[in-house]
Design a protein around this ligand. Sequence first.
Ligand code: CO8
Length: 263
Amino acid sequence: VELKESIKNIIIEIEGEVAILTMNRPKALNALNAETMQEMIKIMECIGLDDSINGVIITAEGKGFIAGADITQFVPLDALGGRDCSELGQMCCSSIERLEKPVIAAVNGYALGGGNEVAMACDIRIASTNAVFGQPEVNLGIMPCFGGTQRLTRLVAYGVAKELIFTARQVKADEALSIGLVNKVVAPEELLSSAKEMMSTILTKAPKAISMCKVAINRGKEMDMVNALELERDVTGLLFSTADKVEGVAAFLEKRPAKFIGK
Ligand code: CO8
Protein backbone atom coordinates (compact mmCIF):
# COMPACT_ATOMS: atom_id res chain seq x y z
CA VAL A 1 0.00 0.00 0.00
CA GLU A 2 2.84 2.37 0.94
CA LEU A 3 4.61 1.61 -2.35
CA LYS A 4 1.45 2.20 -4.41
CA GLU A 5 0.98 5.61 -2.77
CA SER A 6 4.49 6.76 -3.67
CA ILE A 7 4.25 5.70 -7.35
CA LYS A 8 2.65 8.13 -9.83
CA ASN A 9 3.44 6.90 -13.33
CA ILE A 10 2.92 3.14 -13.06
CA ILE A 11 -0.31 1.46 -11.92
CA ILE A 12 0.37 -1.55 -9.69
CA GLU A 13 -2.28 -4.27 -9.46
CA ILE A 14 -1.84 -7.56 -7.67
CA GLU A 15 -3.76 -10.56 -9.00
CA GLY A 16 -2.93 -13.61 -6.92
CA GLU A 17 0.83 -14.16 -7.25
CA VAL A 18 1.19 -11.76 -10.20
CA ALA A 19 1.99 -8.04 -10.15
CA ILE A 20 0.54 -6.29 -13.19
CA LEU A 21 2.38 -3.04 -13.89
CA THR A 22 0.69 -0.63 -16.27
CA MET A 23 2.77 2.26 -17.58
CA ASN A 24 0.55 5.28 -17.04
CA ARG A 25 1.65 8.49 -18.77
CA PRO A 26 -0.57 8.00 -21.82
CA LYS A 27 -0.51 11.69 -22.81
CA ALA A 28 3.23 11.34 -23.53
CA LEU A 29 2.78 7.80 -24.95
CA ASN A 30 4.26 6.58 -21.65
CA ALA A 31 7.65 8.16 -22.43
CA LEU A 32 10.14 7.35 -19.67
CA ASN A 33 11.02 10.42 -17.64
CA ALA A 34 13.51 10.11 -14.78
CA GLU A 35 10.71 9.79 -12.22
CA THR A 36 9.11 6.83 -14.03
CA MET A 37 12.44 5.01 -14.29
CA GLN A 38 13.15 5.59 -10.59
CA GLU A 39 9.68 4.26 -9.83
CA MET A 40 10.30 1.10 -11.88
CA ILE A 41 13.56 0.47 -9.99
CA LYS A 42 11.75 0.89 -6.67
CA ILE A 43 8.92 -1.44 -7.73
CA MET A 44 11.37 -4.16 -8.86
CA GLU A 45 13.22 -3.87 -5.54
CA CYS A 46 9.97 -4.32 -3.58
CA ILE A 47 8.77 -7.22 -5.75
CA GLY A 48 12.15 -8.91 -5.35
CA LEU A 49 11.70 -8.85 -1.58
CA ASP A 50 8.03 -9.89 -1.59
CA ASP A 51 7.61 -13.65 -1.29
CA SER A 52 3.93 -13.44 -2.21
CA ILE A 53 4.68 -12.27 -5.78
CA ASN A 54 6.04 -14.85 -8.23
CA GLY A 55 5.59 -13.14 -11.58
CA VAL A 56 5.28 -9.72 -13.24
CA ILE A 57 3.48 -8.50 -16.35
CA ILE A 58 4.43 -5.08 -17.75
CA THR A 59 1.90 -3.42 -20.02
CA ALA A 60 0.68 0.09 -20.75
CA GLU A 61 -2.27 2.45 -20.78
CA GLY A 62 -3.37 4.18 -23.98
CA LYS A 63 -2.38 3.71 -27.61
CA GLY A 64 1.30 3.00 -27.01
CA PHE A 65 3.52 0.78 -24.87
CA ILE A 66 6.42 3.19 -24.27
CA ALA A 67 7.53 5.72 -26.92
CA GLY A 68 11.06 5.87 -25.52
CA ALA A 69 12.90 8.07 -23.12
CA ASP A 70 11.22 11.42 -22.52
CA ILE A 71 12.80 13.58 -25.23
CA THR A 72 11.69 16.80 -23.50
CA GLN A 73 14.21 16.02 -20.75
CA PHE A 74 17.19 15.87 -23.18
CA VAL A 75 17.38 19.60 -23.95
CA PRO A 76 19.47 20.82 -20.98
CA LEU A 77 21.65 17.69 -20.76
CA ASP A 78 25.41 18.07 -21.21
CA ALA A 79 27.84 15.16 -21.55
CA LEU A 80 27.64 14.17 -17.90
CA GLY A 81 23.85 14.62 -17.86
CA GLY A 82 23.50 12.38 -20.92
CA ARG A 83 25.70 9.77 -19.30
CA ASP A 84 23.66 9.93 -16.08
CA CYS A 85 20.43 9.58 -18.04
CA SER A 86 21.85 6.54 -19.83
CA GLU A 87 22.90 5.06 -16.49
CA LEU A 88 19.42 5.56 -15.02
CA GLY A 89 17.80 3.94 -18.07
CA GLN A 90 20.25 1.04 -17.83
CA MET A 91 19.49 0.66 -14.11
CA CYS A 92 15.76 0.67 -14.86
CA CYS A 93 16.10 -2.08 -17.50
CA SER A 94 18.60 -4.08 -15.43
CA SER A 95 16.27 -3.97 -12.41
CA ILE A 96 13.73 -5.86 -14.55
CA GLU A 97 16.29 -8.26 -16.01
CA ARG A 98 17.86 -9.02 -12.63
CA LEU A 99 14.57 -9.63 -10.82
CA GLU A 100 14.70 -13.34 -10.01
CA LYS A 101 11.07 -13.80 -11.04
CA PRO A 102 9.59 -14.14 -14.54
CA VAL A 103 8.60 -10.91 -16.27
CA ILE A 104 6.38 -10.82 -19.37
CA ALA A 105 6.02 -7.67 -21.48
CA ALA A 106 2.56 -7.33 -23.02
CA VAL A 107 3.31 -4.82 -25.76
CA ASN A 108 0.55 -2.72 -27.27
CA GLY A 109 1.33 0.02 -29.82
CA TYR A 110 4.69 1.79 -29.92
CA ALA A 111 7.71 0.25 -28.18
CA LEU A 112 10.37 2.64 -29.39
CA GLY A 113 13.83 3.48 -28.07
CA GLY A 114 13.74 3.05 -24.29
CA GLY A 115 10.36 1.32 -24.75
CA ASN A 116 11.89 -1.44 -26.84
CA GLU A 117 14.75 -1.55 -24.32
CA VAL A 118 12.29 -2.11 -21.43
CA ALA A 119 10.52 -4.83 -23.45
CA MET A 120 13.88 -6.51 -24.18
CA ALA A 121 14.80 -6.49 -20.48
CA CYS A 122 11.71 -8.62 -19.82
CA ASP A 123 12.02 -12.40 -20.14
CA ILE A 124 9.22 -12.91 -22.66
CA ARG A 125 7.49 -10.49 -25.04
CA ILE A 126 3.92 -10.87 -26.27
CA ALA A 127 2.91 -8.29 -28.88
CA SER A 128 -0.52 -7.19 -30.01
CA THR A 129 -1.00 -6.99 -33.79
CA ASN A 130 -0.73 -3.19 -33.52
CA ALA A 131 2.67 -3.21 -31.78
CA VAL A 132 5.57 -1.37 -33.41
CA PHE A 133 9.18 -1.82 -32.33
CA GLY A 134 12.24 0.24 -33.14
CA GLN A 135 15.35 2.05 -31.98
CA PRO A 136 14.93 5.57 -33.44
CA GLU A 137 17.74 7.20 -31.43
CA VAL A 138 20.01 7.98 -34.42
CA ASN A 139 17.21 10.25 -35.69
CA LEU A 140 17.94 12.38 -32.62
CA GLY A 141 21.72 12.28 -32.99
CA ILE A 142 22.09 9.86 -30.10
CA MET A 143 22.11 6.08 -29.72
CA PRO A 144 20.28 3.33 -27.85
CA CYS A 145 21.70 3.62 -24.36
CA PHE A 146 19.34 1.86 -21.98
CA GLY A 147 21.06 -1.41 -22.94
CA GLY A 148 19.69 -1.51 -26.49
CA THR A 149 23.01 -1.93 -28.30
CA GLN A 150 23.65 -5.00 -26.17
CA ARG A 151 20.22 -6.60 -25.66
CA LEU A 152 19.07 -6.25 -29.28
CA THR A 153 22.28 -7.87 -30.54
CA ARG A 154 21.74 -10.74 -28.09
CA LEU A 155 18.06 -11.23 -29.03
CA VAL A 156 18.11 -11.04 -32.82
CA ALA A 157 20.80 -11.76 -35.41
CA TYR A 158 23.79 -9.41 -35.23
CA GLY A 159 23.29 -7.95 -38.71
CA VAL A 160 19.56 -7.44 -38.11
CA ALA A 161 20.28 -5.57 -34.87
CA LYS A 162 22.75 -3.30 -36.66
CA GLU A 163 20.31 -2.67 -39.52
CA LEU A 164 17.52 -1.71 -37.11
CA ILE A 165 19.78 0.55 -35.04
CA PHE A 166 21.55 2.20 -38.05
CA THR A 167 18.37 2.79 -40.09
CA ALA A 168 15.94 3.44 -37.18
CA ARG A 169 13.45 1.36 -39.19
CA GLN A 170 10.25 0.50 -37.33
CA VAL A 171 9.24 -3.15 -37.23
CA LYS A 172 5.62 -4.28 -37.01
CA ALA A 173 4.51 -7.20 -34.84
CA ASP A 174 4.72 -9.91 -37.52
CA GLU A 175 8.27 -9.00 -38.48
CA ALA A 176 9.21 -8.73 -34.79
CA LEU A 177 8.01 -12.32 -34.44
CA SER A 178 9.93 -13.51 -37.49
CA ILE A 179 13.24 -12.01 -36.26
CA GLY A 180 12.74 -13.40 -32.73
CA LEU A 181 12.21 -10.04 -31.05
CA VAL A 182 8.85 -11.23 -29.68
CA ASN A 183 7.56 -14.65 -28.66
CA LYS A 184 3.98 -14.36 -29.84
CA VAL A 185 1.54 -12.01 -31.61
CA VAL A 186 -2.12 -11.78 -30.55
CA ALA A 187 -5.14 -9.56 -31.21
CA PRO A 188 -5.15 -6.36 -29.07
CA GLU A 189 -8.16 -7.53 -27.04
CA GLU A 190 -6.35 -10.77 -26.18
CA LEU A 191 -3.05 -9.18 -25.19
CA LEU A 192 -3.42 -9.09 -21.42
CA SER A 193 -5.30 -12.39 -21.17
CA SER A 194 -2.64 -14.07 -23.29
CA ALA A 195 0.12 -12.73 -21.00
CA LYS A 196 -1.82 -13.84 -17.91
CA GLU A 197 -2.39 -17.29 -19.41
CA MET A 198 1.31 -17.75 -20.14
CA MET A 199 2.17 -16.51 -16.65
CA SER A 200 -0.33 -18.90 -15.07
CA THR A 201 1.36 -21.81 -16.86
CA ILE A 202 4.73 -20.63 -15.49
CA LEU A 203 3.21 -20.31 -12.02
CA THR A 204 2.21 -23.98 -11.98
CA LYS A 205 5.96 -24.76 -11.81
CA ALA A 206 8.23 -24.50 -8.79
CA PRO A 207 8.97 -20.75 -8.31
CA LYS A 208 12.56 -21.29 -7.16
CA ALA A 209 13.21 -23.50 -10.20
CA ILE A 210 11.99 -20.67 -12.47
CA SER A 211 14.19 -18.18 -10.57
CA MET A 212 17.27 -20.34 -10.91
CA CYS A 213 16.59 -20.93 -14.63
CA LYS A 214 16.45 -17.14 -15.08
CA VAL A 215 19.70 -16.66 -13.15
CA ALA A 216 21.51 -19.41 -15.09
CA ILE A 217 20.28 -18.12 -18.47
CA ASN A 218 20.86 -14.41 -17.83
CA ARG A 219 24.18 -14.66 -16.03
CA GLY A 220 25.35 -17.57 -18.13
CA LYS A 221 25.02 -15.60 -21.36
CA GLU A 222 27.62 -13.13 -20.06
CA MET A 223 30.12 -15.92 -19.28
CA ASP A 224 32.31 -18.31 -21.17
CA MET A 225 30.94 -21.85 -21.53
CA VAL A 226 33.08 -23.41 -18.78
CA ASN A 227 32.00 -20.87 -16.15
CA ALA A 228 28.39 -20.86 -17.35
CA LEU A 229 28.18 -24.62 -17.01
CA GLU A 230 29.71 -24.39 -13.55
CA LEU A 231 27.04 -21.82 -12.59
CA GLU A 232 24.40 -24.18 -13.98
CA ARG A 233 25.72 -26.99 -11.75
CA ASP A 234 25.80 -24.75 -8.67
CA VAL A 235 22.25 -23.43 -9.01
CA THR A 236 21.04 -26.97 -9.74
CA GLY A 237 22.66 -28.01 -6.45
CA LEU A 238 20.71 -25.25 -4.67
CA LEU A 239 17.43 -26.53 -6.10
CA PHE A 240 18.18 -29.98 -4.71
CA SER A 241 17.97 -28.41 -1.24
CA THR A 242 14.37 -27.19 -1.75
CA ALA A 243 11.14 -28.67 -0.44
CA ASP A 244 9.69 -28.14 -3.93
CA LYS A 245 12.24 -30.55 -5.44
CA VAL A 246 11.16 -33.19 -2.90
CA GLU A 247 7.50 -32.49 -3.73
CA GLY A 248 7.98 -32.37 -7.53
CA VAL A 249 9.81 -35.69 -7.65
CA ALA A 250 7.38 -37.35 -5.19
CA ALA A 251 4.37 -36.09 -7.18
CA PHE A 252 5.79 -37.58 -10.38
CA LEU A 253 6.47 -40.93 -8.75
CA GLU A 254 3.03 -40.97 -7.11
CA LYS A 255 1.38 -39.96 -10.42
CA ARG A 256 -0.32 -36.85 -8.97
CA PRO A 257 -0.02 -33.09 -9.62
CA ALA A 258 2.69 -31.36 -7.58
CA LYS A 259 1.77 -28.77 -4.96
CA PHE A 260 4.66 -26.33 -4.79
CA ILE A 261 5.23 -23.92 -1.91
CA GLY A 262 8.08 -21.83 -3.32
CA LYS A 263 10.66 -23.05 -0.83
N1 CO8 B 1 9.26 11.76 -25.27
C1 CO8 B 1 8.41 12.75 -24.90
N2 CO8 B 1 7.16 12.89 -25.41
C2 CO8 B 1 6.77 12.01 -26.34
C3 CO8 B 1 7.61 10.96 -26.78
C4 CO8 B 1 8.90 10.85 -26.20
N3 CO8 B 1 9.75 9.86 -26.50
N4 CO8 B 1 6.96 10.26 -27.73
C5 CO8 B 1 5.74 10.85 -27.87
N5 CO8 B 1 5.64 11.89 -27.04
C6 CO8 B 1 4.49 12.80 -26.88
C7 CO8 B 1 4.31 13.70 -28.11
O1 CO8 B 1 5.18 14.81 -28.03
C8 CO8 B 1 2.84 14.06 -28.00
O2 CO8 B 1 2.70 15.05 -27.01
P1 CO8 B 1 1.73 16.32 -27.30
O3 CO8 B 1 0.36 15.74 -27.49
O4 CO8 B 1 1.85 17.15 -26.05
O5 CO8 B 1 2.24 16.99 -28.53
C9 CO8 B 1 2.21 12.80 -27.45
O6 CO8 B 1 3.28 12.05 -26.86
C10 CO8 B 1 1.58 11.94 -28.52
O7 CO8 B 1 2.55 11.70 -29.52
P2 CO8 B 1 2.31 12.03 -31.08
O8 CO8 B 1 1.30 13.12 -31.25
O9 CO8 B 1 3.65 12.21 -31.72
O10 CO8 B 1 1.64 10.63 -31.53
P3 CO8 B 1 1.73 9.96 -32.97
O11 CO8 B 1 0.80 8.78 -32.90
O12 CO8 B 1 1.54 10.97 -34.05
O13 CO8 B 1 3.26 9.43 -33.11
C11 CO8 B 1 5.28 8.30 -32.36
C12 CO8 B 1 3.73 8.43 -32.26
C13 CO8 B 1 5.64 7.80 -33.76
C14 CO8 B 1 5.69 7.30 -31.32
C15 CO8 B 1 5.92 9.68 -32.12
O14 CO8 B 1 5.38 10.26 -30.96
C16 CO8 B 1 7.41 9.61 -31.96
O15 CO8 B 1 8.14 9.47 -32.93
N6 CO8 B 1 7.91 9.69 -30.68
C17 CO8 B 1 9.32 9.68 -30.38
C18 CO8 B 1 9.89 8.31 -30.48
C19 CO8 B 1 11.37 8.32 -30.18
O16 CO8 B 1 12.17 8.90 -30.88
N7 CO8 B 1 11.75 7.62 -29.12
C20 CO8 B 1 13.13 7.42 -28.76
C21 CO8 B 1 13.57 8.39 -27.75
S1 CO8 B 1 15.30 8.15 -27.34
C22 CO8 B 1 15.31 6.81 -26.30
O17 CO8 B 1 14.30 6.28 -25.97
C23 CO8 B 1 16.58 6.17 -25.75
C24 CO8 B 1 17.70 7.09 -25.70
C25 CO8 B 1 17.80 7.72 -24.38
C26 CO8 B 1 18.95 8.63 -24.35
C27 CO8 B 1 19.02 9.28 -22.99
C28 CO8 B 1 20.39 9.85 -22.78
C29 CO8 B 1 20.35 11.34 -22.85
